[in-house]
Design a binder for this molecule. Structure first.
Ligand SMILES: C[S@@+](CC[C@H](N)C(=O)[O-])C[C@H]1O[C@@H](n2cnc3c(N)ncnc32)[C@H](O)[C@@H]1O
Length: 225
């Protein structure tokens, strides 16, 4: 079974590199260059904008003292709130400078890690929180990354993720590349991961970073077994 999962992952990676050869993908260096170069400005801009409703929807699914992974934590705003609420929190981000700022803000070490290099931490977490972060993973890598995050959940654990609503990849004026999803493609993404069951999918027009607004798709999926 483990061999088969590994073979499937390798195959997904191979297909992804075939598909993205020569074309920009959301994990392009320009995305990471943006976060590195503008880390302090990005931190200041986002640390104060608490996504309270989405947090509450996620927290309602968790036990009282949950073990939470903030994946792509940015400023560490959400990780810090979860910690203050009495949960146990781990966090990572691909940007070394943001991870440093987040670590200072939360008061815990923050790993410098890319989703694409994330290795399953079997059944470790009650919740994985990926607020506006998985959206920077190339569409063809997403299934594999979500599979690793799902396998890191305890049975009954939940994954929260948010994406901008749209079709396929886009690059914004800052050079950041995004994988956008339609509600249907988000459903399919979850349905295709055997460990997960979609609990809730909803849209919200809300703030994006640096003064922009966006049409957001929020999803909560539960690991059923
Ligand atoms: C739009 S920000 C969201 C940050 C935070 N979750 C929040 O809500 O404020 C996206 C974050 O994902 C991180 N990121 C981008 N690509 C990543 C990748 N491939 N792996 C892990 N983190 C990544 C960026 O460094 C940035 O902190």
């Amino acid at each position: 079974m483990a061999d088969e999962t590994e073979r499937n992952s390798d195959e997904r990676r191979r297909v992804c590199s075939d598909l993205t050869e020569g074309s920009p993908s959301p994990s392009t260096s320009s995305t990471m260059e943006f976060y590195e170069e503008h880390a302090k400005r990005y931190f200041d801009d986002t640390v104060v904008r608490m996504p309270t409703e989405a947090q509450e929807a996620f927290l309602r699914e968790l036990p009282a003292k949950a073990c939470i992974l903030d994946a792509g934590c940015g400023s560490g705003r959400d990780a810090r709130r979860f910690l203050e609420l009495g949960h146990c929190v781990e966090a990572f981000d691909a940007s070394p400078r943001l991870a440093g700022l987040a670590s200072e803000h939360i008061g815990i070490p923050v790993d410098v890690l890319r989703f694409e290099d994330y290795q399953t931490r079997p059944e470790k977490y009650d919740g994985v929180w990926a607020f506006a972060s998985l959206l920077h993973v190339a569409e063809c890598d997403l299934a594999n990354v979500i599979g690793c995050l799902a396998a890191s959940l305890r049975p009954g654990g939940v994954l929260f993720a948010s994406f901008k609503i749209g079709l396929g990849p886009t690059v914004d004026d800052n050079g950041r590349a995004f994988t956008n999803l339609s509600p249907v493609s988000a459903c399919l993404l979850v349905q295709n991961e055997p460990l997960l069951e979609l609990r809730r999918l909803w849209r919200e027009v809300g703030q994006a970073s640096l003064g922009a607004t966006a049409d957001w798709l929020y999803l909560i999926a539960r690991r059923e077994r």
